[in-house]
Design a protein around this ligand. Structure first.
Ligand code: 0X9
Ligand code: ZN
Length: 302
């Protein structure tokens, strides 16, 4: 099978996704939802419960190229949903899942070939430098706190909301799922945080903040019970820094999905983005414990 204890190139991940769809044609289908700036496909795996009218959960990783463990964790989750399906709780088996392991394929490949610490996509701006921060490019308080209009900055937001082919493709696809989508979960690294909406400013809380906070804290508790790792919970403005134009703000505010969360995975800074491959499995395992708590809460209350 696929080696879950290593980081993989884009082509290996895509070949494995295609293999799963051939091995389990009733369960898994792979869709190219669009193309990156450099024309690489953006692939989503759909896991079908087979239940008509099933609710759905969307999970992504790799919007920031150097955050390899986010992609590896989403790969692990996809593997659990498919290859270890018999172990899933029924509230998981009754849902459809949309799994996007590599949101930013050009950036991801660039971190393998050229610059391990690249973050943005690879689009050529009218400005001086290459790359837009895709997690500042969503139409959610675009241009607000924690974003830059200078193309050389790591948080460059792009010329306008959804200027980038990657955010255009993913946002359009998510809008198409609006009627069935119960939850959206994004994976990043690092810092060991469970981030709650909204990210766009200081003191930017949705009306249902207390409910989301309770779920986030329960997810963190499940992680701590599983292996002792500590994840802190709060809005980016409270526990990190505000960041407007991000994916989960847009999915909650504009698409209207109530349950949106973002994980910052391991570690807390010893290795940072260059997390050793031996830590993929423990990181992904604990994250999956948190995901189960979030998904159960979302389906129970909706
Ligand atoms: O800055 C970011 O985009 C995230 N941190 S990271 O170190 N992984 O780059 C925080 C994202 C907060 N969420 C949103 N703004 N949607
Ligand atoms: Zn990130």
């Amino acid at each position: 099978g696929f080696n879950l204890d290593n980081y993989h190139r884009l082509g290996e991940i895509y070949n494995w996704m295609d293999y799963l769809s051939k091995k389990y044609p009733q369960l898994v289908s792979v869709e190219t939802i669009g193309y990156s700036y450099e024309r690489r496909p953006i692939k989503v795996a759909k896991i079908s419960s087979g239940k008509p009218g099933a609710k759905a959960v969307f999970i992504d990783g790799g919007i920031h190229a150097r955050e390899w463990v986010s992609t590896a964790t989403v790969v692990y989750i996809l593997n659990e949903l498919v290859e270890n399906r018999s172990r899933l709780p029924s509230y998981m088996a009754n849902l459809d899942f949309y799994i996007l392991p590599v949101f930013n394929p050009d950036g991801y490949e660039y971190t393998h070939t050229t610059n391990r610490l690249w973050r943005k996509n690879r689009s050529k701006n009218s400005g001086r430098c290459i790359g837009t921060d895709l997690n500042r490019n969503f139409d959610a308080h675009f241009g607000g706190e924690g974003t830059s209009d200078y193309s050389c900055d790591e948080t460059y937001r792009g010329p306008q909301a959804f200027s980038e082919p990657e955010t255009k493709a993913v946002s359009k696809y998510i809008l198409g799922l609006k009627q069935k989508l119960s939850a959206y979960i994004a994976f990043h690294s690092y810092s060991q945080l469970i981030l709650l909406p909204y990210a766009y400013g200081y003191k930017a809380y949705p009306k249902d903040y207390k409910e989301l906070e309770m779920i986030g804290k329960n997810a963190a508790l499940a992680i701590r019970k599983s292996d002792g790792e500590v994840y802190n919970v709060g809005t980016p403005g409270d526990v990190l820094y505000p960041a407007a134009g991000g994916a989960y703000d847009w999915v909650k505010e504009t698409v209207g999905v109530k349950y949106t969360f973002t994980y910052e995975l391991r570690d807390t800074g010893l290795h940072g983005f260059i997390l050793p491959a031996r830590l993929i499995r423990p990181t992904a395992r604990e994250a999956f414990e948190g995901v189960k708590v979030m998904v159960e809460a979302a389906v129970r209350r909706k």
